[in-house]
Design a protein around this ligand. Structure first.
Ligand SMILES: [Zn+2]
Length: 284
């Protein structure tokens, strides 16, 4: 199912190491990967762990690729943190919403604990792209790097919001920029990774579109907007091949981020319009 060349390579998991083993890791040659995404409703057809599972799996796959490409380095997977800001879907069971300040504090606690012991490179892996979630993550990254000598990057959201996916994706014949939640993209991803977790009802779901950046919509929950089935997009079009392509896009972005971190390259930033929305939202 996954990249077959890599399936047998061992991934080092942080929680399986003892402190002596952690102590011995060469700080200049250790990169830590931290998946962080909430459990959240993903329509009537996808599991609530869609974002979390994908964050873990793409990080794992990136580590396998890096283990092959950079054998002298330690690529370590931290245990996934199942939290995130998902206020807009809170009126569905399965969504666990955590405020942005708590997310900031979690990222700061994590980053500062690692930095205190000399770790220099941390990659945050999230598949949950809500502005409030990113606000918490970026605030935590900033607070940590202002106080400690550690480099932290979150590489996926700048690519996700850049419009590059729509530019580079395989030809489909419809506009995927309107696919927002439990949609064509996410259903395709899950059909690729976890076909047995995708409920067959997805084939009958009607296309539903909403502009979630419109001022009238911001701050409202899905149910308040009439989105009773908890998805926005066209999940019925889902395609496992597209899912594989999308999955590998993220893996490649994480692999590149690891190379850039070591090389000391400046990380890519979120587009200005996203930064503006993040700052202007009245998030409590
Ligand atoms: Zn999602």
């Amino acid at each position: 199912m996954k990249n077959k060349n890599n399936t047998n390579m061992k991934v080092t998991k942080f929680e399986e190491l003892n402190f002596k083993q952690i102590e011995k890791l060469d700080r200049d040659k250790t990169i830590l990967f931290q998946p962080i995404s909430p459990t959240e409703e993903h329509g009537p057809h996808l599991p609530v762990g869609t974002d979390l599972l994908t964050a873990v799996d793409t990080a794992t796959e990136a580590i396998k690729t890096l283990n092959e490409k950079k054998p002298g380095y330690n690529h370590v997977l931290l245990p996934a943190i199942p939290v995130g800001y998902c206020k807009s879907t809170i009126d569905f069971p399965g969504s666990v919403h955590i405020g942005w300040k708590a997310i900031r504090d979690i990222v700061y606690g994590l980053g500062s604990s690692l930095a205190r012991h000399g770790f220099k490179y941390l990659i945050i892996c999230t598949y949950h792209m809500a502005y409030g979630h990113l606000r918490g993550i970026y605030a935590g990254m900033k607070k940590t790097t202002n106080r400690y000598n550690i480099k932290i990057v979150e590489p996926w959201s700048p690519v996700f919001y850049s419009g590059e996916i729509e530019k580079n994706e395989p030809k489909l014949g419809f506009d995927t920029s309107k696919e927002l939640h439990a949609d064509f993209k996410e259903t395709s991803l899950m059909k690729y990774q976890y076909p047995y977790l995708v409920d067959e009802s997805y084939k009958k779901l009607q296309n539903i579109y909403r502009d979630m950046n419109s001022p009238r919509v911001i701050g409202k929950t899905f149910k308040q907007l009439g989105l009773k089935e908890g998805y926005i997009g066209s999940p019925s079009k889902a395609d496992a091949d597209y899912g594989r392509w999308f999955f590998n896009q993220t893996v490649n972005v994480y692999v590149q981020a690891a190379h850039d971190l070591i090389a000391g390259k400046k990380p890519r930033e979120l587009p200005n319009n996203v930064k503006l929305i993040m700052r202007s939202l009245h998030l409590l």
